[in-house]
Design a protein around this ligand. Structure first.
Ligand code: FES
Length: 108
């Protein structure tokens, strides 16, 4: 069974996808579905920060914190960094994230 994910683009447009397969990253879902602002230039290897999102407060605990490598890459977008910043290529979809909602960070 798939999960539901919602991206809120920087322009305010919400894109919701139902029945998304688990086991892939949130970045892959966003890029495949042309969510504005999710480029995923490095292919998901945590090296480009073009998949920067803000995890909405109700989902932060389930998603968990960024690891040290991700924090270092997020430094590339330090002007836009917030305490709920994550690189969505590092968020693997699993059943507990059914309904997750993230806000796409603006581009630099
Ligand atoms: S796709 Fe490059 S850091 Fe996420």
């Amino acid at each position: 069974m798939g999960v539901k994910v919602t991206f809120v683009q920087a322009d305010g447009v919400e894109k919701t996808f139902d029945d998304v397969a688990t086991g892939q990253s949130l970045m892959e879902v966003g890029r495949f579905n042309n969510v504005e602002g999710i480029m995923g230039d490095c292919g998901g290897s945590c090296a480009c920060a073009t998949c920067h999102v803000y995890v909405t407060p109700e989902w932060q605990a389930a998603v968990g914190p960024a690891d040290d490598i991700e924090v270092a890459t997020l430094d590339m977008v330090s002007d836009l960094f917030k305490s709920n910043s994550r690189l969505c290529c590092q968020i693997q979809l699993r059943e507990e994230l059914n309904g997750i909602r993230v806000v796409v960070a603006p581009s630099l």
